[in-house]
Design a protein around this ligand. Structure first.
Ligand code: ADP
Ligand code: MG
Length: 305
């Protein structure tokens, strides 16, 4: 069942088209990764879903209600964390958490204390003194302490250190285990790869790919490293092979997933001594999409940040 759905969302700012025909769908109990580089349209989509921005055309609904018209009812059941949290400067972190929790109605004091502890937050400080990372923690504690049905998290971990990133990932796993749904936007692929059931990739206001990680992996290439008894002839003539590199006895290259079988057969004709393979990562997929020439260059170590 779809908890959140957009249909052909379009949004322009003056002459600039920020979204054109965006379709995303988050099902009950699912973590959906909304992936794209800065400026792709993630936050604009989310602001429409929150009822903070009106779409030019198309539909956005949450729990079967209209995101714009029924925003008040929808907000009782969602928790939202933006990437850049602004808080009331004169309240303490603890006061802000309490305020958020009261707004959402369902207060769980025990959960609040547990999360403050896990995120290692000092709730007694005035918000004006918090670093960006600490402001994120305040918003995350407030979100995960509220018993929401849907968590909308827009690059929520910007500013968190790796240890806290881990805590965040655990929290997402826990709400998912409770059957809650999560929309998680990110340009950090490693984060998404671990957490998400499905991803949608957005680029310049258009969804360019959507599916489970397994489905999208078909679009990417497997990395192979082989050592053979006899030098491999004419590998560059074999269909689906790219980026051949030779170093001593070792040959490394990439293979389109659908050609893997015949490539392995071909190479095994030269007597395989050693074979290593690495599955394609989401990072590779992303790099392929964003490479202007559509050619893979390397193992995708670069990435956006
Ligand atoms: P993302 O969250 O993926 O980084 P955004 O949705 O924030 O991207 O922005 C998408 C594009 O829309 C960007 O080019 C941004 O500059 C533009 N944009 C967003 N909000 C506004 C606005 N209020 N007025 C004009 N342009 C905007
Ligand atoms: Mg954004």
């Amino acid at each position: 069942m779809a908890v959140l759905k957009t249909n052909n969302l379009t949004k322009t700012f003056g002459k600039f088209t920020a979204l054109s025909g965006v379709d995303i769908e988050v099902n009950q109990g699912e973590v959906y990764g909304f992936i794209g580089p800065n400026g792709a349209g993630k936050s604009t989509t989310i602001r429409i879903l929150l009822g903070a921005l009106k779409a030019d055309s198309g539909e956005a609904s949450i729990f079967g209600m209209d995101a714009w018209r029924d925003a008040v009812d929808i907000h009782k059941r969602i928790a939202y964390v933006p990437g850049d949290v602004n808080l009331w400067p004169n309240l303490t972190g603890g006061e802000v958490i309490d305020l958020f929790m009261k707004l959402r109605g369902r207060v769980d004091k025990g959960k609040r204390e547990e999360l403050i502890d896990r995120f290692n937050l000092d709730p007694s400080k005035k918000c004006r003194t918090y670093s960006k990372g600490n402001r994120q923690k305040v918003a995350l504690v407030a979100a995960f302490a509220s018993n929401a049905d849907l968590y909308i998290l827009d690059e929520p971990t910007s500013g968190l250190d790796p240890l806290m990133e881990r805590v965040f990932q655990e929290c997402v796993g826990e709400v998912k285990a409770e059957g809650k749904s999560v929309l998680l936007s990110s340009h950090i692929l490693s984060e998404v790869e671990k957490l998400c059931d499905r991803v949608g990739i957005i680029r310049q206001g258009k969804i360019i790919e959507t599916g489970t990680l397994n489905e999208l992996r078909h679009l990417t290439r497997t990395h192979l490293l082989v050592e053979t008894n006899h030098p491999v002839d004419s590998l560059d003539k074999v269909a689906g092979v790219y980026d051949i590199k030779k170093s001593g006895e070792q040959l490394s290259f990439q293979v389109d997933s659908e050609e893997l079988d015949q490539v392995i057969r071909y190479v095994s004709g030269f007597g395989i001594n050693r074979l290593e393979s690495a599955p394609p990562t989401l990072e590779d997929l992303f790099m392929r999409h964003y490479d202007a020439e559509g050619k893979k260059t390397n193992s995708g170590a670069g990435g956006e940040s």
